[in-house]
Design a binder for this molecule. Structure first.
Ligand SMILES: CC(C)(COP(=O)(O)OP(=O)(O)OC[C@H]1O[C@@H](n2cnc3c(N)ncnc32)[C@H](O)[C@@H]1OP(=O)(O)O)[C@@H](O)C(=O)NCCC(=O)NCCS
Length: 219
């Protein structure tokens, strides 16, 4: 872990991409990836970085297994045991073949930074969201942005998420996006956002959004 001076926006969130913000300096602990982002941003003239989603490809298999077995992911999962390669291979094959559109990899300027799934649940007549941010890319605002982007178009269906009580990062994300806790089963909170509920969450300009095949949109 390295400590470096980086610009932060006036709401305190990390924003290494805008020189205008340099006046608002705060001391933030960052990892090597953030240093890389900083230099990439400088090289690009401090423009916002592009966050986009793509479908999974066979080459993602090892990466997704690594993210799944990361200790924090396991701790926050319903099933906390380690996933072994054989079991993962079966799961991955299912994902690739049965409705692959429900899972998407988020990329920040071409670097995979997270994965998100939306599963239609007939029983509950709703879509359930689950997601993981790559261990080395956490606490940079990406988890919030990924869930925001993938759920904001779902204003006509109920969206659910099961979150452990101790998972403060996820709880903060769903709270900020206008989800409500509608049930609690043991150490699991059931978050829901219903049609008609306000889709909250201010738009951050730190990450541009690029929909595959679409023009770049500056937010
Ligand atoms: C939980 C997780 C998705 C959060 O993603 P992230 O990219 O690190 O989150 P963000 O940087 O967007 O932070 C969102 C908010 O949560 C807060 N937060 C993030 N991680 C936190 C933590 N471990 N403890 C307390 N707060 C945390 C951030 O400070 C931020 O708060 P703010 O909105 O007041 O600024 C990520 O840590 C992760 O992938 N964990 C393992 C898998 C997992 O838990 N998946 C979700 C299952 S429901």
């Amino acid at each position: 872990m390295t400590t470096l001076l980086l610009p932060a926006r006036n709401d305190g969130r990390l924003c290494p991409f805008f020189l205008a913000d340099v006046v608002l300096i705060s001391c933030i602990s960052i990892d090597t990836f953030s240093i890389e982002l900083w230099f990439v941003a400088l090289k690009r003239g401090c423009r916002a970085m592009s966050l986009c989603f793509r479908g999974i490809v066979p080459e993602d298999s090892d990466m997704l297994l690594r993210w799944r077995n990361d200790p924090e992911t396991r701790h926050n999962s319903i099933h906390t045991s380690e996933v072994f390669p054989e079991e993962h291979a079966r799961w991955f094959h299912r994902m690739m073949t049965v409705d692959p559109s429900r899972i998407a990899v988020a990329e920040l300027d071409g670097l995979p930074v997270g994965v998100i799934r939306l599963d239609w649940n007939d029983e509950r007549d709703s879509s359930e969201v689950s997601f993981t941010v790559a261990p080395e890319h956490r606490r940079k605002g990406l988890g919030f942005r990924i869930v925001q982007l993938k759920t904001e178009g779902l204003s006509n269906v109920r969206v659910l998420a099961r979150v452990k009580v101790t998972n403060l990062g996820s709880r903060r994300i769903f709270d900020r996006l206008g989800f409500r806790v509608v049930d609690r089963i043991g150490d699991l909170l059931l978050y829901a956002r219903d049609p008609g509920d306000a889709v909250l969450g201010e738009v951050s300009s730190a990450f541009q959004v690029v929909e595959p095949g679409a023009r770049r949109v500056s937010l």
